[in-house]
Structures are given as C-alpha cells and as structure tokens.
Design a protein around this ligand. Structure first.
Ligand SMILES: Cc1cc2nc3c(=O)[nH]c(=O)nc-3n(C[C@H](O)[C@H](O)[C@H](O)COP(=O)(O)OP(=O)(O)OC[C@H]3O[C@@H](n4cnc5c(N)ncnc54)[C@H](O)[C@@H]3O)c2cc1C
Length: 464
C-alpha cells in the first residue's frame, strides 16, 4: 500500500472538479458511511467525483502513489467493497443526473444514482426498467452484477436492459460500451460486476409501467408455511409476464396495516404484484384466498415508486448484515422442509429470507448475451440475509445463515450463487458463480484491467 502525502492530496484537490477529503474533513464521514454497519474500513482519501475526468485523474493519482482503489455507487454491497482500508475511494455519489427520453424509451443516469432517484425520473413519464426491491440501492452495483427486481418477469434483469455505458478504464481512457462499441466490454459489464472500469453513465431501455400497479400482499403464520409453499409452487408456474410473485420468511414488520400483536412475529409472506389491469389481477390472486387463510392481507393499487420503497424500512442503514444465496429449480418437498426448519430457528427479527420467483422475460433471455452467471432456467433465488442491530448478536446470526445455506444448497442447482447476494467472495466461489463464462471474463479483464486495479468486487483474475 502506498503513502498519501499532504502535498499530493493538495495537488489532487486542484485537479478535481469535485471534492477530495481525508479523515476529519467535512464530507468524509458521509462518504464512507455504507449500508452494512459490520464493515468499518477507512479509506485514506476519498475523491467525490463529478465527471469522468475526475475519475480518470483519481485513478492516475492512485496508480502513481500505489494506492488500492475502491468504487462507491450506492454503498449497498454486503461485503462493503465501496471501502478500501487506507487506499483511495472513488465516490460517485455526486453523479446522479437522470435524463429521460420518453419518445425513444431510453434513460441515462450517472454512476452514483440510486434506484429511487432513477424511478422518480422515469415514472414521471409512466416508464421504468427493472431495478432492485429496495429503492436506496445503487443502480451501478446492482446492474453490473445482474439486477433482480419486481419487473424481472416483465422485462428481465437490470443488465438485460442496459443498452450502453460510459466507462473509465484502469489506464484512464473514457470509452463507450454498447453492442457496437467495445462489445466485449459491454458483454462483461452486464453481470461481470465492477471488474472492468468505473461506469460513470448507464443507458437503459424503458418499458411502460404504472404509475399505479396492483399489490396483493399476504402474511401467514409459521404453521401455515408448508401449505403456503406447496400452494405457491403450483400458483407461480403459469403466472403471466405482467405479474411478479415473491415469497419470504420474515418477522412481520411494524407497519400500520399489520395488527400490533403481530408486529415482529415470525411469519411467511406471499406478495403478488400485477402490472396489467386491476380485474385481471383480482382474478389472478383469487385462488390464494380460496386455498389459504392469510393472517394479514393488503390488496390495493399502489404507485410503482411506492412499491419500490415498500421494503426500505425493513432494510435500514447501519445493520450488521451477512447474506448467502441459493438457486433452486423447484421448491421441492426437501427444500421446503429445510426452509421451514431453519426459519424456525431465526433469532433476529431483522433477518429476512426473500425467495425471488423467476420466469417470463428472465427465462426467455439469451443466457449467452450477457455475463450474468445464473442460469436462465432456474425458477427461484433464495437469499438468506442475516441482520442484527448490534455486533453482539451478529456472529450467531451469521452462523444461522451459513447453516441454512449449507442445508439448502443440497437442493440447489450447483453451488455457485448470485454475485450480488454474496458476502464471502473467495476465488472458487466467484468461478462457480460464473461457471463456463469465467474464462471469457478473464480475457476481457486482461484487456481492460491487466493489473487488477479493480479488485474490490467479485474479483475476476486477469487471464495469464
Ligand atoms: C438492502 C439491500 C437490498 C438489495 N436488493 C436487491 C435486489 O432486489 N436485487 C438485486 O439484484 N440485488 C439486491 N441487492 C444486492 C445489490 O445488488 C448489491 O449489494 C450491489 O452491489 C449494490 O450496489 P451499490 O452500487 O449500491 O453498491 P456499492 O457497495 O457502492 O458497490 C458494489 C460493487 O459495485 C462496484 N461499483 C459500484 N459502483 C460502480 C460503478 N459506477 N462502476 C464500477 N463499479 C462500481 C463496487 O466497487 C462494488 O464492488 C440488495 C442489497 C441490499 C443491501
């Protein structure tokens, strides 16, 4: 690790349009405050970039002084990869401009934009692209790793909808990536994570969505879990693309629509969101109440932007968090048994196991057209997320998540997980996550980042 001299930092300040800060400076604590409270790395210098030129200058400074580089988009990575210990952090938070071209159904946004900011701009035109389930997550990290969300059955992953990107590469060049410009880089950016450069601008295809969509949220008591999962695996099989379903093992949140005596009680959830008309949605969800007796139900139209914020309060900033995920082809009886057994031993009410139901456009997408590592044939992603308010309970809750994963992976499609739902990123795990795409990713890495400057990520080692 190199040294940071005051003279060099002063020169960097002169050269940068944005701010440069070090520990103790105004803006430093805000910049290094990331979502996962379990991570406490302290960058030696933070460059709050306002342009791709700032990013190029910061990279050249880091290279000259031998500093490790980290890149911050929305700061939501569980492993805390936005932070380097002692090195230089490129903070893209100031780069949030969103421009919408409603006629061509396209939107561009800066590398530090959050999904909440992106959705607000596109929904002003009744348009959207698949983003995550929490509105404060960064467009950057989520898209570069894949991007699963409410619209994934309708329109695929976030990365499936990326049509172009501006990238600052390790040698300081500013390049455009698309199907026609640097197509190898464009392929790798869509799923290969932050390995290939700093993305300063994303361009997405948009789809007509909302502004009102149809929510059907049902909660069930723990003893109804088995019946719920056996019902749900048939129910979701033939869902239309205009509908997204989501299952979860959780503790009932203290929301006004939930009776006070159920707040924080262990429960299961089935959420079905319709993007088509209300009558079709009512018909679609009718079988749920015919087959099951939910303890809570909320069936209502809801603005798409509110849907995108629905889980924000359940995932507050600063929790001590850990996650691991499993891809399942089916909710087999064996998998259901594991889920029920391990949900029953969850200790923290903040731990949450969302089960994403895939299908539609996600499954129809050509798996080779992007670097996304997951199979397009899978039906479920189970994300085991352990969160505690303080470090005291963290180790035990993390052990719970690891035990849950080890039991469930017996029923999984391979052991490779989704890179956006990992906390431990050793080389084997990353290789497994990309499977046969790993060699091609290594070749692209060698072409754009041969010295592995961008290694604080699901790291792909340069070929050779
Ligand atoms: C509460 C919560 C909810 C989530 N929900 C979902 C979900 O619904 N669907 C889903 O698919 N995932 C979800 N995730 C996972 C999420 O996709 C990843 O954590 C992702 O890394 C977050 O991106 P970020 O920009 O916020 O994170 P950061 O921590 O800022 O960055 C993550 C990684 O991307 C790199 N990076 C960031 N910005 C850039 C850039 N501009 N250019 C190049 N590299 C960059 C970083 O170096 C780092 O390696 C969720 C995570 C959390 C904590």
């Amino acid at each position: 690790m190199g040294n940071i001299t005051q003279g060099a930092v002063d020169a960097l300040r002169e050269a940068i349009g944005g701010e440069v800060c070090q520990p103790g400076d105004t803006g430093y604590d805000e910049a290094v405050n990331i979502w996962n409270g379990a991570i406490s790395r302290r960058p030696g210098v933070v460059v709050r970039c306002t342009s791709s030129t700032d990013v190029a200058v910061a990279l050249s400074f880091a290279k000259r002084d031998g500093l490790e580089v980290s890149v911050r988009g929305g700061g939501h990575n569980y492993a805390g990869f936005a932070l380097t210990d002692g090195g230089l952090m490129i903070d893209l938070t100031p780069m949030k401009e969103v421009r919408v071209d409603p006629d061509n159904r396209r939107a561009t946004c800066g590398g530090g934009t959050t999904w909440g900011e992106f959705d607000a701009a596109t929904q002003a035109h009744g348009l959207a692209t698949p983003g995550g389930f929490v509105s404060r997550t960064g467009v950057a990290g989520l898209t570069l790793g894949g991007g699963l969300g409410w619209l994934s059955r309708l329109a695929g992953l976030s990365c499936d909808n990326l049509v172009g990107a501006e990238v600052v590469t390790a040698d300081g060049r500013v390049v455009h990536a698309s199907d026609t410009d640097n197509p190898d880089l464009f392929w790798a950016l869509r799923g290969g994570g932050g390995n290939f450069g700093v993305v300063t601008e994303f361009e997405f295809a948009l789809h007509p969505v909302g502004p009102l969509v149809h929510l059907g949220l049902f909660l069930f008591s723990p003893d109804q879990g088995g019946n719920l999962f056996r019902f749900a695996r048939e129910f979701v099989r033939d869902l239309p693309d205009e509908c997204c379903a989501f299952l979860a093992g959780l503790s009932a949140p203290p929301e006004p629509f939930i009776p006070a005596d159920l707040h924080f009680a262990p429960a299961y959830a089935l959420v079905v969101v319709g993007f088509g008309d209300d009558v079709a949605h009512a018909q679609l969800i009718a079988p749920i109440k015919e087959a099951l007796t939910p303890i809570v139900e909320l069936v209502t139209p809801i603005p798409y932007v509110a849907l995108q914020q629905m889980f924000d309060a359940a995932a507050p900033w600063g929790l001590h968090s850990y996650e691991k995920a499993v891809y399942l082809d089916e909710l087999s009886d064996g998998a259901i048994e594991v889920i029920l057994e391990h949900q029953a031993t969850k200790m923290s009410p903040l731990s949450f196991v969302p089960i994403f139901v895939l299908g539609g456009a996600y499954r129809r997408a050509d798996g080779n057209s992007t670097a996304f590592g997951g199979s397009r044939g899978i039906r479920y992603v189970v994300n085991i997320s352990a969160s505690t308010p303080s470090p005291d309970e963290y180790e035990a809750e993390r052990a719970w998540a690891r035990g849950y994963w080890s039991a469930l992976v017996e029923h999984a499609v391979g052991v490779g997980g989704y890179v956006n739902f990992m906390t431990d990123y050793d080389e084997d795990r990353v290789r497994n996550a990309y499977g046969t795409k790993y060699d091609r990713l290594q070749a692209v890495k060698a072409a754009y980042d041969p010295h592995n400057m961008f290694h604080l990520n699901a790291n792909i080692l340069p070929a050779g």
